[in-house]
Design a protein around this ligand. Sequence first.
Ligand SMILES: NC(=O)c1ccc[n+]([C@@H]2O[C@H](COP(=O)([O-])OP(=O)(O)OC[C@H]3O[C@@H](n4cnc5c(N)ncnc54)[C@H](O)[C@@H]3O)[C@@H](O)[C@H]2O)c1
Length: 442
Amino acid sequence: MTNQTPNEPSPVTRRQFLKNSSLAAASAAAVVSFPAILNAQTKPPLNAIIIGLGGRGTGAGKNFLDAAKAVGAEAKIVAAADIFPEPTNKAKENFGVPTNKCFSGFDAYLKALEVPGVNYVIIATPPGFRPGIFTAAVAAGKNIFTEKPVAVDGPGARIMYAAGEAAKKKGLKVAAGTQRRHHAGYIETIKRIHDGAIGEVTDLRAYWVNGGPIWHRGTKGATDLEQQINNWYHYIWLCGDHCVEQHVHNIDICNWVANATPVKAWGLGARQMLGNQTGEIWDNFAFEFEYANGVRMHSYTGQIKRDFTAVSEAVVGTNGTSNPAGNIKPTNGKAWRFDSKGMVDPYEQEHIDLINAIVHDKELNETKTVTDSTLTAIMGRESAYSGSVVEWDDMLNSKFAYGPELLYTDPSKLTWGAFRTLKSPLPGSHDIFKDGAVLPTA
Ligand SMILES: NC(=O)c1ccc[n+]([C@@H]2O[C@H](COP(=O)([O-])OP(=O)(O)OC[C@H]3O[C@@H](n4cnc5c(N)ncnc54)[C@H](O)[C@@H]3O)[C@@H](O)[C@H]2O)c1
């Protein structure tokens, strides 16, 4: 243990990991306190809708209400939308949303967007639906909290870039679920790195190495598509694979530190433990990304049984190292550690920041940064899937679309008969420049 940097995977038993996670959650919950900075009398109430009532949609709804309370803004959740009817019960039970404002089906999100007075949209569906639903929310003129990642392929990312620009032109505010961008420890540490605390950045590392395979919800579902959406994590067109779906968080930190997106990627990976289970995704990857200045990001992501776990980032500079979550170790000089006492839980802080931007009309649009990091992860994945070096511009302009065309153009018109199957990609036979549906550029 002694010669390891804080960011390197260390042998942690599952029991220790669970203990550490619950302690971290408890301490984050205990320190939430905010100044009341809004005058609720003079501001319009925030009327939110939640699209996607799973674990995160429900959690984000609670974070939104807590954040509004903390800043003194009047807020409620006025409608909810899910592709299935059952999850909308959570909106009734947790947030008191009336039954006639709980919508289900492919077009549920459009119905919720049409509810009068809505000015805050929480999008927490599986990522494949993000570009289409996000675009509809921007077209409807709403402020948005969007979960990450925001696309699963090049066409989806282009749609997100275009919708983010449209949101900017309309003066809409957008926050993304890359919550480390709202974490006081990361904000302070990365500012210090940018101010030269460890000299010039020469190397970056990113880890999302979990200790076991991802959930599978069984084969419940009347149609193939229903079964796929229930198990969305296992289908690339819905999830993007876990190197996109989860590891985007760590990649986002490296891009933030580098203040850039990489120009190319090469990588390896495999589907080992998932074996014959239904689904297409792989369960482990290792990537190397290169930025224009030659700095590289080494990135590891796995959801596969192993006896160590690491979800973190590391930065190496000409004059020291940093765990950007909260510490700086200069080669010559005093180490610094972020004091997290009083820090607001970033899951709540992201809503506080969005609410403040709306109420005080301050600029906030995280669409580009979250799309940049999503596309970075997609570029790594495509390099592993194809067995080729993949360059940023090729990835950005790729016409390879994993989903059915309506997913990108108008997901409300999808039907239960529509879906795509794909064999788990094999390097050498997966060609992102030839295969897949060809879509118009956004
Ligand atoms: N920022 C974070 O730390 C964090 C944590 C967890 C999840 N997430 C993100 O939140 C998203 C959802 O994850 P989850 O864990 O809540 O998954 P989940 O499976 O629990 O919930 C997803 C919900 O979306 C619904 N849904 C699917 N397609 C839909 C559509 N077209 N329209 C409306 N509803 C639809 C599903 O029925 C389900 O209720 C993912 O993108 C995930 O990456 C982020």
